[in-house]
Design a protein around this ligand. Sequence first.
Ligand SMILES: [Mg+2]
Length: 366
Amino acid sequence: MPAVTIETINTIPLRIPLDTWAPPPMFAGKPRTHVEMFLVRVKTSNGVVGWGECYGSSLPLLNAVFDAWVKHLAIGQDPTDKTLTARLERLLHGMGRAGSTLHAISGLDIALWDIRGKLEGVSVSKLLGGAKRKRVETYASLLQYNGVLEHVKRNTERALEQGYRHIKLHEKTAEAVAASRAVAGPDIPIMVDTNCAWLPGEANGPVAAMGASKPFWVEEPIWPPEDFESLAALRKATGVPLAMGENATGVLDFRKMVAAGATDFVQPSIVKIGGLTNLWQVATEAEKAGVTCVPHAFFFGPGYLATLHAIACKERDAPLERLFADVAFTAYSKTVPNVNGAVEVPEDRPGLGADPEDELISRFRI
Ligand SMILES: [Mg+2]
């Protein structure tokens, strides 16, 4: 029997209103008027509480995964056992190697890192070997404005006014990228997320056209996202830097995309890929192979903080993604604030460095 065990696991789904300063983009067939957030609260037998976060858009499915499998398998286990979530992944592989099963495990994994730090009285950065940088720049990840240039220009300007020095668009046209570039000037990195816009063979023209605006990267240009052979061919043909990985179905996918020469940047999503344990493995392996890890982080709970620690500690510096819209409640605005497009790494506080605010939970719990 371990000295400390996992005693309870509570799941807390939240729905937080969002103002995107433009008509809400469609997501999964519905207008995106809210951000969905799924918190995991894990308490140990000696009273330590850790917080994790799962991919919010899987919210309708996650309680089923926790109630049927994850709680049953994790309660009573040792929270300091670093192999626990890998064992869960293997045990539950028949229920899905990706998707909601792995999203649930991701939230548990992040909470366990928070607990391990709190048990030892050190930050997650210390557990990862120490922060290599004390401050991480953030990038403004604009919502999708469906090619409406007026929204692209106005919100590029708004991000620059707020102090951001990196912009990401969610657009599919060269005109939209050029409009943002005209506002930002030549020196601001502009990333373009196309969310798997084209089939193989359709992407060369539009991606090459975006190349004229010197994008820092074009993200997920091809459907399906695991067609690394077509992505490698596109990268070679256009010479435009590519980024991908938020829809990877596991650590092995990253090895395949790097080996294929498909990408310049890998983007594991901590709330989808199995938590900090797997994200750290991806970052370490990719950067050893010469490919920079710039994690996906279109969320702002414990998963965002865990991603911040990973970026602070990994070999190569990278900007941290920040959803750019007015959210009805900004988590950690006092404890880990984003100021002028940068955050200080909470490396001197135990665990993730901050817990989600009571107000966030009481106002937006569903
Ligand atoms: Mg993306």
